[in-house]
Design a protein around this ligand. Sequence first.
Ligand code: NAD
Length: 481
Amino acid sequence: MANRAITVARGDGIGPEIMDATLHILKEAGARIDIEEIEIGEKVYLRGYTAGVEPSAWESLQRTKVFLKAPITTPQGGGFKSLNVTTRKMFGLYANVRPCVAYHPYVRTKHPQMDVVIVRENEEDLYAGIEHRQSDQVYQCLKLITRPGCERIVRYAFEYARRNNRKKVTCFTKDNIMKLTDGIFHKVFDEIAAEYPDIANEHWIVDIGAAKLADTPEAFDVIVMPNLYGDILSDVAAQIAGSVGLAGSANIGEKYAMFEAIHGSAPRRAGQNLANPSGLLLGAVMMLVHIDQPDIAERVHNAWLKTIEDGIHTYDIYSEGVSKEKVGTKEFAQAVVARLGQKPEKLKPVTYSAAPKQTLTSMVSARPPQKKELVGVDIFINWWGGTAEEFGRLVEKYNGDGLKLVMISNRGVKVYPEGFPDTTVCDTWRCRFQSESGGAIAPQQILNLMKRITEGGLDFTKIETLCNFDGQAGFSLGQGQ
Ligand code: NAD
């Protein structure tokens, strides 16, 4: 079988040492790879490339489409962009996959049975980076969730579960509050779960789900969630497994993929042959599965498990009475190489099968767009210096032309009509206008209203149109409305 080209970056701090160790093990295991090396990280940042990578280096990645990346040091001070965020966005790496496994009794953990895989949506949610200052007092970040984005990540989670012999996929959202954004994530989860009758499914509200994960992680198998919850909870999960230094992660897209350790460049440990290469090695194992070398992935992973089980440990997981030998980075890699072909006896051996050939985008449902009907508008107005009642009466003056003010909310809470006088208010008010007759409106009515409002001297920040989709409201009610 022909070798597969991959792009490798050795990174900063302990990066070069753990990359050498990892590549040594892969080579000895018979990985069929050709390495193209690119430079990333601190030196590149300091040369003036704000994303930490020279533009020419992307050419290698565009060619190989597979990136094995060691950690980098982000220089102190402003103006530097996260290389990870740039890579994810440029190459459409929509899924972040992080197995969090306990290696009891060889690595200390409070959760000996833990074996959880966090599948985090990687591109959407609050990470779209669309932020605005609305007024003197109010700052806003847009949370964007798309149906195709949900379909892709949820299907990825179920496909991952099926391929890896996992029994259950759990979804975490906060759709009791964010009924539209987290609501669509949950709805898509329910729809897609129905296509996988062989895999159990459940949904938890993220707060209590997170508490349960921290307390009883053995109750979970694969967990899929939107970007922000996944960002936070994948770190929590790795930490409580007892193995932040041991966890690898995969960032997967339709065409490209990036594999790495979850830890940083540990600069204080650099150059001393001390660092544990396991996180990067387990990232590389996921890479081998991705490039259709599951046999090599299995060989490496089982040899690594056997090494851990034999008590050959780097300083970070070394524990008197449990560990047998404290080794450096190179010696650890040699110990893994010496065990290639062996399987662990106490820890569970792994088995891998080839990654699917089908792209998940092709499985995104081809549903026809729903019928969209304009039924109103929310106009956000800056105003300060009076009560909600006074402001409401002021805004009522702009009723007419078939539109009427139905409510005003402040920080999401309805304050007019019939607000609660003790509600705390700020200087931005959302004024909701809908049709007098309750039906559809024309865009021109909104433009006319905006004209009346601005000519009347009110200062608007933005508008959001209110639409129904197939007769269902595509907007939330004000709290208390
Ligand atoms: P870190 O993960 O580098 O280190 C945290 C602690 O864990 C340190 O005590 C370190 O010695 C230890 N540690 C980490 N990996 C280890 C390993 N493989 N073997 C043994 N011990 C290990 O986190 P930090 O100190 O907060 O960050 C250092 C630098 O890494 C920063 O510049 C940060 O921006 C960067 N960073 C990069 C990535 C990445 O490239 N993906 C991720 C996180 C942090």
